[in-house]
Design a protein around this ligand. Structure first.
Ligand SMILES: [Zn+2]
Length: 188
């Protein structure tokens, strides 16, 4: 799976996905080789109160024949809610708002699952981002710069040191674009 910027929202995605895809040189997350368009499939995503169906493009690697779905960064991998909805909920929880009082279209049990998963994976993602920063740009972030920051603050700090990329302006989406396009083997 590859996360990419494919439009700001569902409408932009539907109208311009082919143009966005053509502008990207997507490489295989497994072996780094070139990919070409493969099949498509339909999946749903909850945007606010509405369930939207999206056509997801798959690409196939010319070398290892692995196929990979290309997911827009405004939805989260294997989740059926928008990145915006889950990021805002997770930020609220991070800021100390009780789970029962977080405003989200997801159920409490879904939210609790997001929190538990994110707690574990976001720290790993931050580590992987720092490793990428060093490997690709010889950049570093000192522990002292991260001291006392909540996880979104940590991710933002590292993302700021990386070159700016087009994304839907969510930390989760931005992080996932970097991680899935640079063979980090993890996403949030
Ligand atoms: Zn490959």
């Amino acid at each position: 799976m590859i996360i990419a910027y494919l439009g700001r929202n569902v409408k932009d995605y539907r109208e311009n996905i082919l143009r966005y895809l053509e502008d990207l040189a997507l490489t295989c997350p497994k072996c780094g080789s070139r990919t070409v368009f493969h099949a498509t499939y339909e999946r749903h995503v909850h945007i606010d109160e509405i369930v939207e169906w999206l056509t997801i493009q798959r690409v196939i690697c010319i070398k290892c024949s692995g196929t990979h779905a290309v997911i827009p960064d405004f939805i989260r991998p294997y989740k059926h809610y928008s990145t915006g909805d889950s990021e805002m909920s997770l930020r609220d929880v991070d800021d100390g708002i009780p789970v029962e009082r977080v405003e989200t279209t997801a159920s409490i049990s879904t939210l609790r699952r997001w929190i538990a998963e994110f707690r574990e994976k976001s720290r790993q993602a931050a580590g992987a981002l720092r490793a990428l920063l060093f490997r690709l740009y010889a950049g570093t972030v000192n522990e002292s710069q991260l001291f006392g920051l909540k996880i979104f603050g940590v991710l933002e700090k590292i993302l700021k040191k990386l070159p700016r990329i087009r994304s839907s302006s969510f930390v989760i989406g931005n992080t996932n674009i970097w991680l899935t396009n640079c063979m980090a083997g993890i996403f949030v």
